[in-house]
Design a protein around this ligand. Structure first.
Ligand code: AMP
Length: 275
C-alpha cells in the first residue's frame, strides 16, 4: 500500500494508473476509521476497482467555529493498518496547508434546495466545505468510482447532484449503514460517548426501526418523545422525499427519515430510507 501526503504526487500516480487502464476508486474519509469506513473499501473492491485510494483528512472547511474540529479523533497509524488490511492500495494523508492555499478563494456550493435543510440548515457552510474538498479530491484522484455512505444521506445526495451538475466523470456509489449489533450506527464520534450516553443513543436506531408506511405527524411525535425520554436533545426529526429532500406528510416508498440529536455534547445522526 502506498502512502501519499503531497497532493501533486498523488495526482501524478493516479494519472499514471488511469493511463495504464486500471480502474481507480476513491473512498473519502476523515479517519478514525471503523467498520463503516471499511465497508466502503469493500464496496470499491466489489465494484471492480484495481486501485483503491482512501483519503484521510479532517477537513477544516466543513466544521463550524463552535464544532469539534480540534478534538476530532485522529490516529494515522491505526487508520493506515486498517486500510492495508481492508485492501486499500493507497492512502492519502494531506495537511490543511497542502490542501488549501493561504488565499484559497474558490468554493463549490450547492445553491438549491438540497443544502438549506436538515444538517445544512443547522451547520452553515458545512456542505460548502464538503463539496469543495470532494471536488478537489476528484481532481487529484480522477477516480472512476467514488464510494460514500448512506450514513451521511444528505451529503451523498448533494455529492450526486454536484457530479451531475458539474459533469464530473465519476460514478458515485452509496453503501448501506454499518451498525453495531445493538443497532447503533458506527461513527467516529461515538468515541466521545460515555457508556450511559451510548446506551441512550440506541433510541435513534430503535425509533427508525419502529417506523411504518403511513402518516408522518403521529410517528414523528412518537419519535421525539422516545428520544427526549432518553435525555437526547432533538436537532431535527424529518421525513423527506429521498430524491429532493423536500418534507413529506406520509412515509412511503422513496421516503427518507432523518434524525439528528445531541447526546450530551455529541451530535449524532442516523437515517432510514424506505425502498
Ligand atoms: P467520515 O469519516 O465520518 O467523514 O465518513 C466518511 C465516509 O464514511 C462517508 O461517506 C460516510 O457516510 C461513511 N460512513 C460513516 N459511518 C458509516 C457507517 N456506519 N456505515 C457506512 N458508511 C459510513
Amino acid at each position: 500500500m502506498r502512502t501519499f501526503s503531497d497532493p501533486q504526487k498523488l495526482q501524478r500516480w493516479c494519472a499514471s494508473v488511469r493511463e495504464s487502464g486500471r480502474k481507480v476508486a476513491l473512498v473519502p474519509t476523515m479517519g478514525a476509521l471503523h467498520d463503516g469506513h471499511l465497508s466502503l473499501i469493500a464496496a470499491a473492491k466489489k465494484a471492480g476497482a484495481d486501485e483503491i485510494v482512501v483519503s484521510i483528512f479532517v477537513n477544516p472547511t466543513q466544521f463550524g467555529p463552535n464544532e469539534d474540529y480540534a478534538k476530532y479523533p485522529r490516529d494515522a497509524k491505526a487508520d493506515s493498518s486498517k486500510c492495508r488490511r481492508a485492501g486499500a492500495t493507497a492512502v492519502f494523508f494531506p495537511t490543511p496547508d497542502n490542501m488549501y492555499a493561504a488565499d484559497h478563494s474558490v468554493w463549490v456550493v450547492e445553491d438549491g434546495d438540497l443544502s438549506d435543510c436538515l444538517c445544512g440548515a443547522r451547520r452553515p457552510g458545512h456542505f460548502r466545505g464538503v463539496c469543495t474538498v470532494v471536488a478537489k479530491l476528484f481532481n487529484l484522484v480522477h477516480p472512476h468510482v467514488a464510494v460514500f455512505g448512506q450514513k451521511d444521506f444528505q451529503q451523498a445526495t448533494i455529492i450526486r447532484r454536484m457530479v451531475r451538475d458539474l459533469n464530473f466523470d465519476v460514478e458515485v456509489l452509496v453503501a448501506p449503514i454499518v451498525r453495531e449489533s445493538s443497532g447503533l450506527a458506527l461513527s467516529s464520534r461515538n468515541a466521545y460517548l460515555s457508556e450511559e450516553e451510548k446506551a441512550n443513543a440506541l433510541a435513534l436506531s430503535q425509533s427508525l426501526a419502529g417506523l411504518k408506511a403511513g402518516p408522518w405527524a403521529v410517528q414523528r411525535r412518537r419519535i421525539v418523545k422516545c428520544l427526549e425520554k432518553r435525555g437526547l436533545k432533538v436537532d431535527y426529526v424529518e421525513a423527506v422525499d429521498s430524491r429532493n429532500l423536500r418534507p413529506v406528510k406520509a412515509i412511503k416508498s422513496g421516503t427518507a427519515v432523518l434524525l439528528a440529536v445531541y447526546d450530551g455534547k455529541t451530535r449524532l445522526i442516523d437515517n432510514r430510507v424506505f425502498r
